[in-house]
Structures are given as C-alpha cells and as structure tokens.
Ligand binder design. Structure first.
Ligand code: SAH
Ligand code: SF4
Ligand code: F3S
Length: 436
C-alpha cells in the first residue's frame, strides 16, 4: 500500500479543479491513485461549506473514514478545502483521527504535511498563491478548468467564500496564457476560466490598465482552443466592454452565468449584492441586444432572512420576466460568521422549502419552453464523448451550454465541433441527429 492515494471532492468547479492540483502535487511525490479507499495509504477529502447540506454530505461520510483509520492506523487521512479552512485547528481537535488539514491556499504545502507526520492545520493566508504554478492532473477530456483569480472581496451577507478563500487576487496574465497554450498543445479544445468574480480581473503586473476583456482577447488568439467559457460574473461588475467582448470574440461561448439571487431590491440590498433589480434588468437587456441568441443562467436563494411573501413574489415575477435558460436555486442556509446568520426574520424550513418549490416549478416550465424552441434547429456542439448512462449514445454541449445526446456516425471523436439537428427537446437535455 505504498504511496497510493484516494481523493474525494465536494463543492464547486473551483474545488474540483483544486483536487486536480492536489492530484498533480501527489503524482509529483510519487503517488498513484485508486477509486477504492480500502486500497489507499493516503486519503484526502476536499470539502465544501457553501450550504449546510454540502457540509452535511461530507460529515456523514466522515464516519466511514474514521473506521478505516481505526482498522489501519498507518493510513493517513487529510481534510482540505473550505471546511478545513473555516474550522482551522478546531477541526483537528474535534476529529482526532484526522492527520492534517489544509485550506485552498495551501495545496503547495502538501508534500511537507505528508512527510512531517505532524498533526497540523495549514490554513495561513498565502498571498503568493497567484504566482504558484501547481501541476494539475486533468481528466484528459476536451474541457479544462483554469484559475484566473482566487478569493472574493464581495462579502455577500449570506456567503462563506470570502472567509474560506481569502482576499481577491488575480493571477498574472502571462502565466494564465502559458497554461492555456500548454493545454491546447495537449489537445484540450475548451477552457473555462475560473474566479468568483471574473469581471474584476486585473493583471497584477499591469494594474488598473488591464482588464478581463483583454485577457479574453489573448485567450481567443490561442491556436487549438475552440471554445472559451468563464464563471462567475457578478452583475455589479458586468461591464459594457465584457458584453461587447462576448459578442465579438468568435471562440467565446454565447452563455453567461449571472447570479440574480433575488427579484426584490430590498432583499438584494440586505444581501449586500450592490445592484437593484432594475439595474440587473438593464444588464440583461444589454446582453440580449449585443449578443443575439445569448443564453443566460442564474442562481436564486429562497427564504433569505426577512424575505416576505411579497419579496418572494417579486422573485417569481423576475423569473417570468427574464426567462433564464436555467437556474440553480437553493434554500437559504445559515452559515456561521456571516452577517445574514445574525439577521432578524430568519425564515422557517417549511416556508423556505415551499418557496424553493415555487421557484423550481416555474423555472422548469420556462426552461422546457426555451429548449423546445430549439426543436428542428441545427446547433453546433463540442463532442465530449460517450454518455455515462448509455454507451451507444454520445454527448456534446452547445455554446449556450445545453447538453445534446446523439448517436455517433463515422469518424466522430472527442473534442470535435460538429453540427447536429435537434430532434427532441427535454428540460435538462436535447436529442439530436448529426446534420449533413
Ligand atoms: N461567486 C459566485 C457564487 C459562488 S456560491 C457568485 O457570486 O455568483 C454559488 C451560489 O451558492 C451563490 O450564487 C448563491 O446562490 C448560493 N449560496 C451561497 N451561499 C449560500 C447560502 N448561505 N445559502 C444558500 N445559498 C447560498
Ligand atoms: Fe459569495 Fe458573493 Fe463572493 Fe459570490 S460574490 S463568492 S456569492 S461573497
Ligand atoms: Fe466552492 Fe463550496 Fe468553497 S462552493 S468555494 S467549495 S464553499
């Protein structure tokens, strides 16, 4: 059982990509990987604390690893990610079987943590993070994640991310471009640029004169890359320049994820989002004006403290007015240390669940309606490979981020851009036939 590691991830794309970097660091240290924790000498659990449910999923799995460790005391168990960062030393005190923890800013410390064998929580701020190039092991598919910035300065009143990922720092543009060129050489066709608020990207070397649209221009020029995506944009920072760039750059997917959170300006203000519903709507109008066919998706929180029935109605009205292509909606979850957790007017679980149901039901109808419009139309998709549920079916994605299942014909390979004719439209996917 020498140098075999088992990794498990919870949470967002950023965490998924962090696990790829953890794997890269481990491979450098001579580790191989297993899908079976029983075969591992080292287990790393990369955690998420965005909502209680995410945290609970991890905690309910923790008992299993505790038993493994009891059976085999030489096993090393480590916890990383946002829960590790937030809990610090306390996590080690509460979970004596865990060998060490490290936060998202300290993946670079991993070799030292493994070899020292000392129980330690490595959660210090790491201002050098944007300059640290860690090798990532990616899945070898057509799509790759690339960090362009770390942390968040927005302190939305409900959110733990500014506490778990630290202050906002941008990665040097040259280093981002270098990584994407290397990915193109390895055969990757699509990159997703990652940051909590990509539109406030600034090249640390160039300072205020640089911008996210400039970065997009440079990525667009990289040979071999066919598609560029980015997440997430904060509505308050969505600039006319970015809207123009999405419209003008050929490789930039005509899709933007723009979290609204609530249709009520009173609630938006309590959330510290720094835009009104009217201001948000103006951005939507501008996006649709400058980018024909743009797909817009969003996040909504149901039952934020103080949310009245009327506020909730405003959110439903907003969904009806905007007609998002898709929405991720969540019940508000009280997170420690956040300002919203101390606000008056916390909403009971039943009301939150009821409001969430209203939101999802309405959005399902809208999503289905929008997808139905694609029926009979030709769409371009990037082939991602065999579908996980049915080996005879392959899957790809439109620039607007809709999944299309199709029966492969001829010389179809992963990473190709092909045109399919949509023959059937469902809520969460489309079916198509290769066109021509
Ligand atoms: N940086 C991104 C969001 C990251 S978190 C942005 O600002 O858009 C992803 C989503 O989780 C958020 O958009 C929000 O809708 C949801 N979320 C965050 N904290 C939450 C909480 N305490 N309860 C419920 N949903 C939450
Ligand atoms: Fe959280 Fe707001 Fe930062 Fe997004 S912008 S990560 S919701 S604090
Ligand atoms: Fe991501 Fe969860 Fe952390 S959503 S930033 S892994 S709290």
């Amino acid at each position: 059982m020498d140098k075999v590691a088992y990794l498990q991830t919870w949470g967002c794309q950023m965490n998924v990509h962090d696990t790829e970097k953890i794997a890269g660091v481990l491979r450098h240290e001579g580790y191989a990987f297993t899908d079976n924790p029983e075969d591992a000498a080292l287990i790393i659990l990369n955690t998420c604390s965005i909502r209680e449910k995410a945290e609970h999923k991890f905690l309910s799995r923790l008992g299993y690893f505790k038993r493994l460790k009891r059976k085999r005391p030489t096993l090393q168990v480590a916890v990383s990610g946002c829960i590790a960062q937030q809990e610090g030393e306390k996590f080690l005190i509460d979970n004596q079987f865990v060998d060490f923890t490290f936060g998202p800013q300290n993946i670079v410390k991993l070799p030292e943590l493994i070899s020292k064998g000392k129980r330690k929580a490595s959660v210090e701020e790491n201002p050098a993070l944007p300059d640290t190039e860690l090798p990532a092991i990616r899945d070898g598919g057509a799509r790759a994640w690339v960090n362009i910035m770390y942390g968040c300065n927005n302190f939305c009143s409900y959110c733990v991310v500014p506490y778990t990922r630290g202050r906002e720092r941008s990665r040097p543009m040259d280093s981002i471009i270098g990584e994407i060129r290397a990915l193109a050489d390895e055969g990757y066709k699509e990159v997703t640029l990652l940051g909590q608020n990509v539109n406030s990207y600034k090249d640390p070397k160039e300072g205020p004169n640089s911008s996210f649209p400039q970065l997009l221009n440079r990525v667009n020029a990289i040979q071999g890359i066919k598609r560029i995506r980015f997440i997430t944009s904060h509505p308050k920072d969505l600039s006319p320049e970015l809207i123009s760039a999405i419209g003008a750059l050929d490789k930039l997917c005509k899709h933007i994820h723009l979290p609204l959170q609530s249709g009520s300006t009173v609630i938006l203000s309590a959330m510290n989002r720094k835009y009104s519903y009217k201001g948000y709507m103006e951005k939507i109008t501008a996006l649709r004006q400058h980018i024909p066919g743009v797909a817009i998706t969003s996040d909504i929180i149901a039952g934020f403290p103080g949310e009245t029935g009327q506020d909730h109605e405003q959110t439903l009205a907003a969904l009806g007015e905007i007609e998002f292509d898709g929405v991720f909606a969540f019940k508000y979850s009280k997170r420690r240390n956040t300002r919203a957790s101390e606000m008056e007017g916390q909403i009971d679980e039943d009301t939150k669940a009821e409001r969430l149901r209203n939101i999802l039901e309405l959005q399902d109808i809208i999503t289905e309606k929008i997808n139905h419009r694609l029926n009979g139309r030709n769409v371009e998709i990037l082939v991602e490979g065999q579908s996980s549920s049915d080996p005879n079916t392959w899957t790809g994605r439109t620039g607007t981020n809709k999944i299309v299942n199709f029966i492969p014909e001829g010389q179809i390979t992963k990473g190709m851009l092909i045109t399919v004719n949509v023959t059937n439209a469902f809520r969460h996917s489309l079916e198509g036939r290769i066109a021509g």
